[in-house]
Design a protein. Structure first.
Length: 95
């Protein structure tokens, strides 16, 4: 223990900080701004895709929409069953 009474590792561990504000009013304001598509002062919202390659963004959206269905259609029933069993085992392993 340190002289302050805390654990010795408290001095060396990084503080967890959230990048988001947890204030109710701030969260509510952000929700409203996203819903109306602009800030409450009338200025434009920041574009989430700014600085990204538009072609890559479009390809990513296309792949995400068809990925799971395309993969499932290529698997046999036995393969799907094996994947499901592995997932269930991993999910319930700790309990």
């Amino acid at each position: 223990m340190t002289a302050g009474g805390g654990m010795w590792q408290d001095e060396y561990m990084a503080k967890k900080r959230s990048g988001r504000d947890h204030d109710f009013a701030t969260i509510a304001r952000n929700v409203v701004e996203r819903a109306i598509g602009e800030r409450l002062d009338g200025s434009a919202l920041q574009d989430a895709d700014k600085g990204k390659n538009p072609a890559a963004v479009a390809l990513g959206k296309l792949g995400g929409k068809k990925g799971g269905k395309a993969r499932a259609s290529k698997l046999t029933a036995a393969q799907r069953s094996a994947i499901a069993k592995k997932a269930a085992k991993a999910r319930w392993q700790d309990e």
